[in-house]
Design a protein around this ligand. Structure first.
Ligand SMILES: [Zn+2]
Length: 242
């Protein structure tokens, strides 16, 4: 084991919880000390134009590395780097999380991942599950519910003003589509728009898996994330050497 092992951090929060502002501020802190950071973001997040790490507060910078399931981190990429910052990590393939973990061991560089905890069906993203499993340090970036003053833990999706748990897991949107809410308001809004009664999360998840399969069949790589998860297990790099 490398004595100089650095930490893998996961900073999670609901939509609009200033995760990206936090990332940009962290990058700035390093850079004013003349320390180099590498900013990475999934290749699929093209809300703001490909490779842009942009907060709703208006700050932005261009990502140094666009991550796909095939991205590796050669020594040249990390030469002289003091910290690796990853935005929107929920959209990564879980195998990339294991490779980021490797950076903290092999190169002794801390890696800080920012992302949502759950999707709009209140289910962990595959990459986030992996982060929960192997991160050293897990911190919440807090924000309040859109409808009350409780802490937001959920991401409510709305289409044409109606709350919904329908559709593929990854359909990138901004404020007009997703809102941070507390659990009570999430349930209230979903229940209202689906004719009342308790939420059947299991049914929503199954329908979501089906929507993801359809999206995948239509050729969208992103949507295969969840389905690839178990296949990727066998391909994950192993810690501790061969
Ligand atoms: Zn609320």
């Amino acid at each position: 084991m490398n004595q100089a092992m650095a930490k893998l951090y996961f900073r999670y929060g609901a939509m609009s919880s200033a995760k990206t502002v936090n990332l940009l501020a962290t990058a700035h802190s390093y850079e004013v000390q003349k320390k180099k950071v590498v900013v990475m973001t999934p290749k699929i997040d093209n809300r703001w134009g490909e490779g842009k790490v942009k907060s709703r507060a208006g700050l932005h910078r261009v990502a140094d590395v666009l991550l796909t399931a095939d991205t590796t981190f050669p020594a040249e990429m990390l030469a002289g780097v003091s910290c690796v910052l990853v935005d929107e990590c929920q959209f990564l393939d879980p195998c990339v999380i294991d490779r980021l973990r490797y950076i903290t061991i092999n190169s002794a560089i801390p890696v800080i991942c920012y992302g949502l905890r759950t999707d709009f069906r209140a289910r962990l993203f595959p990459a986030v599950r992996r982060l929960m499993e192997i991160a050293d340090n897990i911190e919440e970036v807090k924000t309040t519910c859109t409808f009350c003053n409780r802490k937001a833990t959920m991401n409510l999706k709305s289409v044409n003003g109606a709350a919904t748990m329908v559709g593929p897991t990854v359909c990138l949107g901004a404020d007009e589509l997703y809102a941070p809410t507390c659990y009570a308001h999430f349930c209230e809004k979903i229940s209202e728009s689906s004719g009342g009664g308790p939420i059947d999360f299991k049914a929503a998840w199954e329908a979501g898996d089906e929507a993801d399969s359809k999206q995948a069949a239509a050729g969208c790589r992103v949507s295969k994330l969840r389905r690839q998860d178990s296949e990727e297990d066998s391909k994950r790099p192993r810690l501790g050497g061969a």
